[in-house]
Design a protein around this ligand. Structure first.
Ligand code: SF4
Ligand code: SF4
Length: 229
């Protein structure tokens, strides 16, 4: 049986692996989040930021959700693992000090005169997430519909590679195994994830070579594929 320390270590390893993947392939989308979200019918088209920092999908509370969707067994990380994650976050943020990023942002729609306010996740700072390898399950698992549509286009619709809509790359399943499974099962999940990431990277590289674009974001902003709401 794995100890809490070993499960915590595996969870952080998964975070670090996904941070590398997101930074390399998807962060460019998130830097243009409003433009990306405007691809969803009726979502953000016509709205512009009037105050604060637009946090993308890092809304209030998102970093503190420890649910695991669609898994068999307990649908939440084990309490011992959650306690370690939260304790390590407190230490990290205390060491980093205040960030000073106002939590509130405001969007306006000049065409309609509408205005709306939102608040970002408490771990969101002026340079993005402050947690590094201590992010929550939803942070690792979520990709928005435009990114999913682009990845499906790149991979020729390979859902078995991307995972279902509610579980990108089956990361919730991997987290459930990290939280409750054996050492052998955890090792098998990491190996399977590496195979999926390698296949995804190969599909992306082949696609980009054919369209001569710097990134998937830059290609699909020119040639958008339909996105369901
Ligand atoms: S995943 Fe999508 S919604 Fe979230 S920040 Fe990135 S572009 Fe925005
Ligand atoms: S923990 Fe980090 S990645 Fe997750 S919602 Fe908060 S700021 Fe975003």
């Amino acid at each position: 049986m794995l100890t809490d320390v070993e499960r915590f270590s595996s969870y952080r390893r998964l975070c670090r692996r996904m941070n590398v993947f997101f930074t390399r392939y998807l962060a460019v989308y998130c830097r243009h989040c409003q433009e990306v979200m405007a691809r969803i019918p009726d979502e953000l088209a016509g709205w512009r930021l009037a105050a604060g920092v637009y946090p993308g999908c890092c809304h209030r509370g998102a970093g503190d959700l420890f649910r695991l969707e669609g898994v068999s067994g307990p649908a939440v990380l084990p309490p011992g693992l959650v306690a370690r994650i939260q304790a390590a976050r407190r230490l990290r943020l205390a060491a980093a000090g205040q960030d000073g990023c106002s939590p509130v942002y405001r969007l306006v729609n000049p065409a309609t005169g509408q205005s709306l306010e939102g608040e970002h996740c408490r771990y969101f700072g002026r340079f993005g997430c402050r947690l590094g390898d201590l992010k929550g399950p939803l942070c690792l698992d979520f990709i928005c519909p435009p990114i999913r549509a682009d990845l499906l286009a790149v991979t020729g619709g390979r859902e078995e590679l991307l995972g279902p809509e509610h579980d990108f790359l089956w990361l919730y399943r991997a987290m459930a195994v990290i939280g409750y499974g054996s050492a052998a099962a955890v090792a098998a999940e990491f190996a399977a994830l590496e195979r999926r990431l390698a296949a995804l990277a190969a599909a992306g590289a082949a696609f980009l070579g054919g369209v001569e674009a710097d990134s998937l974001f830059h290609h699909f902003r020119r040639v958008p594929v339909p996105v369901a709401r």
